[in-house]
Design a protein around this ligand. Structure first.
Ligand code: PLP
Length: 389
């Protein structure tokens, strides 16, 4: 199967590597030395790592010293979600974790909290975290066990629905808690500023931006309130994350981060136009399509839809046979199409499931046209047979 035959509409699972990121990775791979070495070779790599830190900090408008590099968003989440914190030199206990029901499994699994210390916050049928429920549950929080920690994502990976993080932050502050925000699907798709959001920690990932996989960061608000390290050893990343840095991955991440903040509004306006054309075309082809979150605020690139009579697994295979890569929600590590916990949380028939189209900077009108042609064929097969495959 040649690349030319395929149309890639699964940018939320992972974005294709940007040429600039690739070049930066390759150049860094050829550099000799360890960033912690004091000789010239080591110092050159240290400069590269610190330059990457500046670029990733700029992605969320903070100081470079607030960026801890990790092996990706999942590791960053496991670093942040822990009952053991320090405020300077003083240990600080976090008693309970509250996570929105639509969080990515990286968050929903609760990191280093034990199961009984994790509570989920429901979302409304519109797919938005229920702030009244958050307020109510924080009122019952037992501070004697430690502070509350709340995790609310900024943009959902399945629906693209933007969450009211600032409003959640107000509630969390009122209850003296900490707020961790998974911004993985938001950076590069909307302005993200840790100060404006009033979050204590943000989580970002390189491969959703067109950087390499296996690298991400936990970004903190300051340097005083910090989680106990998850990985101990040589003390890299100021002791917050030991292990020799991966300069090639960091160079690629940095290039992708720079691209993500360049022409942010213009790029996303073009992507929104493509997404809107795609949704208008689907509505023309069939009037029983349900587009989740279409009436609310979404990031520009995502369309998550359900078609009565078309199971997401069947639909995904049908599109794949048409040469189109899309997803049935979040990419599942087992390769199986699981039921969408996001649709279930929204009170939708999760057994029917949904299909997610996610676009990016390389998406074109031709991609949308090819998708719509395939969509029409699949819809008419469904009409004839009650089945799309
Ligand atoms: N959070 C969200 C919202 C995601 O979409 C993903 C990736 O699918 C992750 C976290 C995990 O990111 P990583 O692959 O860098 O561990």
């Amino acid at each position: 199967m040649t690349k030319i035959d395929r149309t890639y509409l699964d940018w939320n699972a992972t974005a294709p590597l940007l040429p600039a990121a690739r070049e930066a990775c390759v150049a860094a791979l050829d550099m000799v030395g360890n960033p912690s070495s004091v000789h010239g070779e080591g110092r050159a790599l240290r400069m590269l790592v610190e330059s990457a830190r500046r670029d990733v900090a700029a992605l969320v408008n903070t100081a470079p010293a607030h960026v801890i590099f990790t092996s990706g968003a999942t590791e960053a989440a496991n670093l942040a979600l822990t009952p053991t914190y320090r405020m300077g030199r003083t240990p600080l206990a976090i008693g309970h974790l509250y996570v929105s029901e639509i969080e990515h499994p990286a968050i929903r699994e609760g990191g280093r909290f034990s199961r009984e210390n994790v509570t989920t916050i429901p979302v409304t049928p519109a797919g938005i975290v229920d702030l009244d429920a958050l307020e109510a549950v924080l009122q019952t929080h037992d501070k004697a066990k430690g502070l509350p920690m709340v995790a609310v994502m900024l943009a959902n990976n399945e629906t693209g629905i933007v969450q009211p993080v600032k409003a959640a932050a107000e509630i969390v502050r009122r209850h003296g808690g900490l707020l961790v925000v998974d911004a993985v699907q938001a950076v590069g798709r909307m302005p993200v500023d840790i100060e404006v959001l009033d979050a204590d920690f943000l989580i970002v990932s390189s491969h959703k931006l067109g950087g390499p996989k296996g690298v991400g960061a936990l970004v903190s608000r300051g340097e005083v309130l910090m989680p106990a390290p998850l990985i101990r050893g040589g003390g890299q990343e100021k002791g917050h994350r030991s292990g020799t840095e991966n300069p090639a991955a960091l160079a690629g991440f940095a290039a992708a981060a720079r691209a993500a903040v360049t022409d942010l509004v213009e790029r996303n306006t073009l992507i929104a136009d493509l997404r809107d054309a795609l949704e208008a075309g689907m509505r023309t082809a069939t009037n029983d399509i349900i587009i989740h979150g279409a009436d609310g605020e979404r990031v520009a690139n995502t369309s998550f839809f359900s078609l009565p009579g078309l199971k997401s697994e069947t639909g995904q295979i049908a599109f794949d046979l048409e040469g189109i890569a899309l997803s049935a929600g979040s990419a599942c590590s087992s390769g199986k199409v699981g039921q969408s916990h996001v649709l279930a949380a929204m009170g939708f028939d999760a057994a029917l499931g949904g299909l997610r189209v996610s676009l990016g900077s390389g998406s074109t009108t031709a991609d949308v046209e090819r998708f719509l042609a395939a969509f029409s064929r699949i819809v008419s097969r469904r009409r004839m047979t009650g089945n799309a495959a």
